[in-house]
Design a protein around this ligand. Structure first.
Ligand code: HEM
Length: 409
């Protein structure tokens, strides 16, 4: 009899839910909108209103360092010192008042005015990448385009000399692999790689800082040096800001381009509408972010005991804010399962909200705008490759995208 009253067990990480979390999100939202997952050890919020409020709730902390440290149980802490030095100063992990100060310092690098100065660099980078496809009739959107573009753009706007660009990206991705990925079997190897890469990354940025102090430019590192000095912040912390910006902006943009191409190709009427009305591009991009959110879940920690949706949540609990579920809540969006590039209003939470809302949103929107406009102009006949099915990511719900998305044109 008691089993009837028991809360059902939903496996957020089952292979089918990782592949397509939207039906699970729908079930959770209607049956248990504030749900404690015994399997995963965290609460999950799936209603737009709850997620929106949680993003603005000062009783929730973004400092998830303890979660990451928990993964160190069988790792010698001294063996990851370089990594810890670099990762302990991340903006996205900070709460006010530190967050307020840190954000003020990096903000000048990401304003409308700053991002505008990179427009031609982004255009040129995309043009060069697409030029390489001349004479070809098939490519993989991920390995040939979306997995390369954000790194190329970022190294250029950071002003990284060409000879260091590949390493710069590789080191940042090694660090990101250890920082953001849940426990895995080869965590020791990932940790060791991240630690080595953290040392190399810091050394390179310090070398570039010395050069830019002599000869400042308009790149992000020069802007950050000026902001750090103006606010009396130790420049030794600058490599941390650089790696965070790279990690935060790389995988998300890669995933969004692939998710967006996939959504368009799966909805030929919407694709045709966009080809006929290129001025719909900005609205289409917002819909791509809403429809298949690249970061479907972000985590917070309860700083004190609190009550959400009638459920008592104890201090220290981990709470997953399901941005992807909120973006499909019928209370907020009409026909949320419909991909509609003219959707208006479209107040999705794909870039977060509140004090941690995406710092790189203006840059991401510009990059996506140029990328999709150029793609549609140069490859108007693009279609999914019938011979090679896409390979979606299935590792976790922190990043949702594709490992491979073959297309023909
Ligand atoms: C489509 C691409 C992107 C998506 C979907 C995305 C999404 C997000 C989300 C959801 C957050 C909030 C995290 C939280 O509240 O815990 C965030 C924060 C952040 N994003 Fe993005 N992002 C994108 C691109 C970028 C780019 C291109 C950059 C930088 C070049 C960037 C830099 C950041 C930073 C630094 C933060 C932390 C801000 C803070 O804590 O104050 N993002 N992003």
């Amino acid at each position: 009899m008691s089993s009837k009253l028991k809360t059902p067990i939903y496996d957020l990480f089952s292979p089918e839910n990782l592949l397509n979390p939207y039906s699970l999100f729908k079930k959770l939202r209607s049956e248990h909108p504030v749900y404690f997952s015994e399997l995963n050890g965290f609460w999950i919020l799936t209603r737009y209103a709850d997620v929106y409020e949680a993003l603005h709730d000062e009783r929730l902390s973004s400092n998830r360092n303890q979660l990451y440290i928990n993964r160190f149980h069988n790792i010698d802490i001294n063996a990851v010192n370089n990594f810890i030095n670099l990762a302990s100063n991340f903006l996205v992990e900070a709460d006010p008042p530190e967050h307020t100060t840190q954000r003020k310092i990096v903000l000048p690098g990401f304003t409308n005015a700053a991002v505008k100065t990179w427009r031609s660099t982004i255009q040129e980078t995309i043009k060069d990448l697409l030029d390489k496809f001349q004479g070809k009739h098939s490519i993989d959107i991920v390995t040939d385009l979306s997995g390369i573009l954000p790194g190329l753009v970022m190294t250029k706007i950071f002003g990284i000399p060409e000879k260091h660009r590949d390493n710069f990206i590789k080191w940042a991705l090694d660090i990101g692999a250890f920082w953001g990925t849940p426990d895995s079997q080869n965590i020791q190897a990932i940790a060791s790689q991240a630690n080595h890469s953290a040392a190399y990354f810091s050394a390179l940025i310090k070398q570039i800082i010395a050069e830019r102090k002599e000869e400042p430019g308009t790149d992000i590192i020069s802007l950050l040096i000026a902001a750090y000095e103006e606010n009396g912040i130790d420049l030794n912390k600058l490599p941390s800001s650089c790696v965070e910006i790279l990690i935060a902006g790389y995988v998300t943009t890669t995933d969004l381009i692939a998710n967006g191409v996939h959504a368009l190709l799966e909805h030929p009427e919407e694709l045709q509408k966009l080809k006929d009305n290129p001025e719909l591009i900005n609205s289409a991009i917002e819909e791509m972010i809403r429809f298949d959110t690249p970061g479907p879940i972000i985590l917070r920690i309860a700083k004190e005991e609190l009550c959400i949706g009638g459920k008592n949540i104890s201090q220290g609990s981990v709470i997953a804010l399901a941005l992807g579920a909120a973006n499909h809540d019928p209370e907020k969006f009409d026909s949320p399962e419909v991909f509609d590039i003219t959707r208006s209003p479209n107040e999705h939470l794909g870039f977060g909200k509140g004090i941690h809302s995406c710092l790189g949103a203006i840059l991401a929107r510009m990059e996506l705008n140029i990328c999709f406009t150029t793609l549609l102009r140069r490859m108007p006949n693009m279609m999914l490759s019938p011979e090679k099915p896409p390979i979606p990511k299935r590792e976790n719900l922190i990043f949702k995208g594709f490992h491979s998305l073959p297309v023909k044109f």
